[in-house]
Design a protein around this ligand. Structure first.
Ligand SMILES: C[S@@+](CC[C@H](N)C(=O)[O-])C[C@H]1O[C@@H](n2cnc3c(N)ncnc32)[C@H](O)[C@@H]1O
Length: 296
């Protein structure tokens, strides 16, 4: 015998306990029987008791919805949104439509989206409290046996709210099944739309967030990354810092060829050489690609 632990949603656990009382069998024995019957039915080629597109109660699924264009949402993501019993989208306010929710609305108007308020407060304690509150809501849905799809802009494994929520759920509810479905990342869309090769032959590739310290420090991560001309550098969260980013690129002789993509696939989209627009304001949804020098 090998030991396996499973987490059951409250409702299923209650039903199991009632059946155990009535049949004078242990819950473990009943679980063994259920698993055996399921596998025997599959082996016998009977109509499958479990289809791959059935929701899994208590599972958390991070779904990347791409950067903006609804047609960049993958077929797999679409299937997951339709399979989930609850679809959550982060939002700054219950009355505000978040970007990821807007993409789902366009790509799958039949899917009902519930907003999960998540404030990116500047104060770390406030941010932690907001994260805890959002994770509690996700946790109570999982406990109730829902399969929860949590949508994120781009990919759920790159600078995303989903990873913070998932890591809290993994800590507070160990054993919760958590999976992610990839989404097209903003820099991929920008590379394709601007005709920029991300890396070729021996070149390498780096993604950085443009926080103030990183951009302004002369010997900081951005300066170090730019010093290697064989490395393409993608700079995320570059909106507020766009002028300072352009200054660092000019200092390193890498402004020419760099491209800015703002609000990719969304209303107000802008794709332009950074040198031409660095003196204009840009918003949070801005990405810069600094291509490696060919043959460097
Ligand atoms: C919190 S991160 C989310 C990244 C996302 N998970 C991804 O895989 O692309 C937000 C940053 O992603 C980039 N970004 C996401 N969507 C974008 C879009 N539609 N247009 C331009 N940049 C975008 C920007 O650099 C923005 O500051």
């Amino acid at each position: 015998m090998r030991k396996t632990s499973v987490y059951l949603p409250e409702s299923l656990k209650r039903r199991l306990s009632v059946l155990a009382d009535r049949t004078h069998r242990s819950e473990a024995d009943l679980l063994r029987t259920a698993v055996e019957q399921l596998l025997d039915a599959e082996d016998a080629g009977a109509a499958p008791a479990v289809r791959s597109d059935d929701p899994v109660p208590g599972r958390l699924v991070g779904v990347g919805v791409g950067p903006g264009s609804p047609d960049l949402l993958t077929v797999r993501a679409l299937r997951a949104l339709r399979r989930a019993t609850v679809v959550l989208a982060p939002s700054t306010d219950l009355a505000a439509t978040g970007r990821a929710e807007a993409i789902v609305r366009d790509a799958a108007p039949d899917v009902a989206v519930e907003r999960l308020v998540f404030v990116m407060a500047p104060d770390p304690d406030d941010r932690a409290a907001a994260l805890a509150a959002a994770a509690d809501r996700v946790g109570s849905l999982l406990d109730a046996g829902e399969e929860v799809a949590f949508v994120t802009l781009g990919d759920p494994n790159l600078y995303s709210t989903f990873s913070s929520i998932a890591s809290r759920i993994a800590t507070t509810r160990p054993g919760t099944p958590i999976v992610t479905l990839p989404g097209v990342m903003a820099f991929q869309d920008l590379a394709a739309r601007s005709g920029t090769v991300l890396a070729d032959e021996q070149q390498s590739f780096l993604v950085l967030p443009a926080n103030a310290a990183m951009v302004s420090a002369p010997g900081g991560a951005l300066a170090a990354a730019l010093a290697d001309e064989s490395c393409t550098v993608v700079i995320y969260k570059s909106g507020r810092q766009v002028a300072a980013v352009a200054d660092r690129l000019r200092d390193a002789g890498r402004l020419s060829g760099s491209v800015l993509g703002e609000l990719l696939g969304l209303p107000g989209e802008r794709i332009a050489p950074l040198a031409e627009v660095a003196d204009r304001p840009a918003g949070y949804l801005s990405t810069v690609i600094v291509p490696a020098r060919t043959g460097a």
